[in-house]
Design a protein around this ligand. Structure first.
Ligand code: RP5
Ligand code: MG
Ligand code: MG
Length: 288
C-alpha cells in the first residue's frame, strides 16, 4: 500500500478526538514536516490492559534504585505467542515505539488498538455467482459473471465490511478465518450445540480450499503512527452454488447485519476491503 486515507480520518473512531491533519504530500516519513504535532491517544479500555493489549512499556517502574521496564516487546519477531512481525517487512522503531510503515496518521499512541506495531487480522471473502430465479448464472453486458460475497454490517460504525477479525495470540490464520466467519455471519456464539456442529462442518467444508487474495497493511480508521492493522484475506468461492447457498445467515458478535452483496467497483466498504474484493474479482475473471 503506497498511502493511506482512512488512517488519516479527521475524527478518530468511537469518540471525538481529532487527528492532526496530514496532507497527502506529507504522509511519507521521507517528507520533512516540521509543523507535525500528532495528537497522543490510547483509549481507556486499552490502558486497562485486557489480554489482547500490550502494557504501556514506556512507563518504567521504579523500585528503589532499580529502574526496570515491566515489559520489553521483541519487535519484528514472534514475541512469545504474540506475532510482532509485519507482512510489510521490517518496521522501524523510533523513540522506542514502532513506526507505521505507510506513513503519518496525525496520531501517536495506540488509539483503540491493543498492540504496538502490527495488529493482525484475517478476512474471509466468501463468494458465489449471482444466479436468477431459475438458478442460471447472471452475466453483465460484457458477458462477465457477477460475484456476490458475504458482507457484514459492523456494530461499531454501521459500515459494511468483510466478516473479519483479530488473530488471537497463538492462533493460526486458518482458524481465525473460520471462527470470525462463524461468529459474525452465522452467529455461532449463540447457536445450540447441534447447530454449532452443523455450522462448523459446513464451514470446514467450504474453507478447505481458499485462495490468498491479499496479505499486508489495512487502511483502517483505527491506525495510528505506532499501531496499525494488517490482514490476510482469503477467498473461498462456491462455484457450484451448492455449499454456501445452504448457509442460513445470521449476524452475531461484532456484526449487526449480514447479507449476500453484489460486487461492483462503486461499493463503499469499511477500511480497504474494496481493494481485496477487486483482486478477488480479477482472479475469478468476474464483473467489476
Ligand atoms: C480490518 O479490521 C481488518 O481488515 C478486519 O476486517 C478488521 C478486524 O477488526 P475487528 O473486525 O475485529 O474490529 O482492519
Ligand atoms: Mg469478530
Ligand atoms: Mg470483525
Amino acid at each position: 500500500m503506497k498511502t493511506h486515507v482512512k488512517a488519516r480520518c479527521e475524527v478518530y473512531p468511537r469518540g471525538d478526538i481529532k487527528r492532526f491533519l496530514v496532507p497527502d504530500d506529507k504522509v511519507s516519513w521521507d517528507e520533512l514536516f516540521p509543523e507535525y504535532a500528532p495528537v497522543e491517544y490510547t483509549s481507556p479500555s486499552v490502558l486497562q490492559m485486557p489480554p489482547w493489549a500490550d502494557v504501556d512499556f514506556r512507563h518504567t517502574v521504579t523500585n528503589g534504585d532499580d529502574t526496570s521496564s515491566p515489559h520489553s516487546p521483541k519487535w519484528n519477531q514472534l514475541d512469545g505467542k504474540v506475532n510482532r512481525r509485519s507482512h510489510m517487512g521490517s518496521y522501524q522503531i523510533y523513540e522506542k515505539v514502532p513506526r507505521n510503515p505507510v506513513g503519518r496518521t496525525g496520531m501517536i499512541g495506540r488509539g483503540t488498538l491493543g498492540r504496538w506495531g502490527p495488529n493482525h487480522a484475517a478476512d474471509p471473502i466468501v463468494t458465489r455467482w449471482k444466479r436468477d430465479d431459475n438458478g442460471k448464472v447472471v452475466k453483465d453486458a460484457n458477458g462477465k459473471q457477477i460475484l456476490e460475497f458475504i458482507a457484514v454490517q459492523r456494530r461499531d460504525n454501521g459500515e459494511w465490511a468483510l466478516p473479519g477479525g483479530m488473530v488471537d495470540a497463538g492462533e493460526v490464520v486458518s482458524i481465525t478465518l473460520k471462527r470470525e466467519f462463524g461468529e459474525e455471519a452465522l452467529n455461532s456464539l449463540e447457536a445450540n450445540d447441534a447447530d454449532k456442529k452443523a455450522i462448523e462442518a459446513s464451514i470446514n467444508d467450504l474453507f478447505m480450499k481458499g485462495v490468498e487474495v491479499y496479505r499486508g497493511y489495512v487502511d483502517d480508521p483505527r491506525n495510528t503512527d505506532n499501531s496499525w492493522m494488517e490482514t490476510v484475506a482469503m477467498n473461498f468461492h462456491d462455484a457450484e452454488g451448492t455449499g454456501v447457498a445452504k448457509f442460513k445467515l445470521h449476524a452475531g458478535d461484532d456484526a449487526v447485519g449480514v447479507q449476500w452483496m453484489e460486487l461492483s467497483h462503486d461499493l463503499k466498504l469499511y477500511a480497504s476491503h474494496i481493494n481485496f474484493l477487486q483482486t478477488t474479482a480479477e482472479k475469478l475473471g468476474a464483473h467489476w
